[in-house]
Design a protein around this ligand. Structure first.
Ligand code: IPE
Ligand code: IPE
Ligand code: MG
Length: 256
């Protein structure tokens, strides 16, 4: 149920916040490897294993959407060797996982500017999306060459084009209209944001979409992030009172 101001009645329930969408910045692969005196590549490989477990858990828990930040629009600044390793790992992971995701009824989606990727990788991404498009368990969104600022720019550009050809008027610009042009248009907004690896920043992830998301930061390095770590994050989320601008008293009144 929704009220006129778009606040769902579930959000008023202090201890059982509705959890539809989890968005994660998977950070700390490099430090995980360095701590073990191993090359960063090993950390990225271990990171893929952690992804598998978390995806499995979210599907089992009937989470609707899991968005994972795999490669930011700023990650091209890394040494060429690391970038090419990440591209190779991305390709290999898609090759080995798409059928598995499909068998588990998981819908795969990518957000980000994919034009920068190789033709082969782009083709694999398209294939993965097409193969799993009708699945209706978890939607797994991989943010690849994604930046929150990029997302807003591409939305504004499309809106501007529509205004230029007379399909829209400038008075039509509203929060809802911008939302409809973001790469996440058809998805619920993230309820819970998690960043592993100890940094407390958003690093150009879903900037617009995180407006009312609950933020959770943990020191755990991504390859060590497991089911128990995710349960701890969810537990913290469940205890929070999401007020969306209301007072705590108003929310309690709604419950009575
Ligand atoms: C996150 O781990 C993975 C990507 C950005 C692709 P990092 O590689 O950033 O790991 P740290 O932060 O250097 O430990
Ligand atoms: C954010 O991590 C991007 C991903 C996890 C893909 P970074 O490690 O790139 O973030 P900064 O550079 O420390 O902010
Ligand atoms: Mg990092």
């Amino acid at each position: 149920m929704s009220t006129d101001d778009g606040i769902s009645s579930e959000s008023a329930n202090i201890n059982s916040n509705n959890l539809r969408h989890i968005a994660i910045i998977m950070d700390g692969n490099g430090r995980w490897a360095q701590k073990r005196f191993m090359p960063r590549a090993v950390g990225h490989q271990a990171g893929v294993k952690a992804v598998r477990k978390i995806v499995e858990y979210c599907a089992k828990q009937k989470i609707e959407v899991l968005t994972l930040f795999a490669f930011s629009s700023e990650n091209w600044r890394r040494p060429e060797e690391e970038v090419s390793l990440l591209m190779g790992l991305f390709m290999a992971t898609l090759q080995s996982e798409i059928n598995k995701l499909d068998r588990n009824n998981i819908r795969l989606r990518f957000i980000g500017d994919r034009a920068a990727f190789s033709d082969k990788l782009q083709a694999k991404m398209t294939e993965g999306e097409a193969q799993t498009k009708d699945n209706n368990a978890l939607t797994l969104v991989i943010a690849a060459n994604y930046g929150g600022r990029w997302d807003m720019c591409q939305a504004f550009r499309t809106v501007a084009e529509k205004i230029a050809v007379g399909e829209l008027k400038k008075q039509d610009i509203s929060e809802q209209l911008i939302n409809q042009h973001l790469s996440t248009a058809d998805l619920p907004e993230p309820d819970l944001f998690i960043r592993t690896g100890g940094e407390q920043r958003v690093s150009n992830f879903l900037l617009w979409q995180l407006a009312y998301t609950e933020l959770y930061f943990t020191e755990i390095l991504w390859p060590d992030f497991d089911q128990k770590s995710l349960e701890d994050a969810i537990c913290s989320f469940r205890k929070r009172q999401r007020r969306f601008g209301h007072t705590g008293e108003q929310l309690l009144d709604k419950l009575l």
